[in-house]
Ligand binder design. Structure first.
Ligand SMILES: [Fe+2]
Length: 218
């Protein structure tokens, strides 16, 4: 029984490591790069990177069985996932304040260019630019990465999917900038993916050596 419990926790830890920590880290680095492509200076790009790292912070309070479900989500489960934005707003308000860049990212990274996003339904340039940048980085990493419910897509397939959502889901200007620099973006992502493999080993070693429970998954 105890072994089963430990096994379940370890399973969740591995998912958490790849789907949350790895994703957040790569999205933050890609956001930095896309911000520079969009003309932000390196200092500002670093701040955007820092804010992007917490874009999904609310997910740590979600039910892992929904978060890591290996099949399609029903409507109720989709609503549960969407709660991560509101949960994140509360977390970031306490940690960084309501006027922070972190707040802009957490609050608006699921808004859509056409106004059909959540939770506010903001449209176009009413969505803060930092959130529009993080949304592109988020999509690129999510499509390329393997998840329990999907394979990882190749760069060309990913760019084609992203291109299809320019002007509906994503800011068309940022997508165009990424298309113009797509091979640099590809190389950046693949480099990050390799670097993450090394970081993953170190983080994992630390976790198993300390046998430290992951609070959010209990
Ligand atoms: Fe999110």
């Amino acid at each position: 029984m105890l072994r089963d419990k430990v096994h379940v926790n370890i399973e969740n830890w591995e998912n958490y490591l790849d789907n949350v920590l790895g994703h957040n880290w790569r999205v933050s680095k890609l956001s930095n790069y896309i911000a520079e492509l969009c003309g932000f200076d390196p200092e500002m790009a670093d701040l955007i990177e820092e804010a992007a790292y917490v874009h999904d912070i609310g997910k740590i309070q979600l039910n892992p069985s929904v978060l890591y479900k290996p099949s399609a989500l029903d409507d109720t489960e989709m609503e549960e996932i969407k709660r991560h934005v509101v949960l994140g707003i509360h977390a970031v308000s306490n940690m960084y304040g309501d006027d922070s860049l972190h707040m802009q990212v957490v609050k608006y990274h699921h808004e859509r260019w056409d106004g059909n996003g959540y939770p506010y339904g903001l449209k176009g340039t009413d969505i803060p630019i930092v959130a529009r940048i993080v949304a592109v980085a988020d999509q690129y990493d999510a499509i390329r990465s393997r998840r329990v419910y999907k394979r990882g897509f190749a760069h060309m397939e990913t760019m084609s999917l992203i291109y299809d959502t320019a002007g509906t889901f994503l800011d068309p200007v940022i997508v165009r900038i990424c298309m113009a620099n797509e091979f640099a973006l590809k190389n950046r992502f693949e480099h990050l993916y390799k670097r993450w493999s090394m970081r993953r080993i170190l983080i994992n070693q630390q976790y198993y050596q300390n046998n430290k429970p992951v609070k959010v998954l209990q």
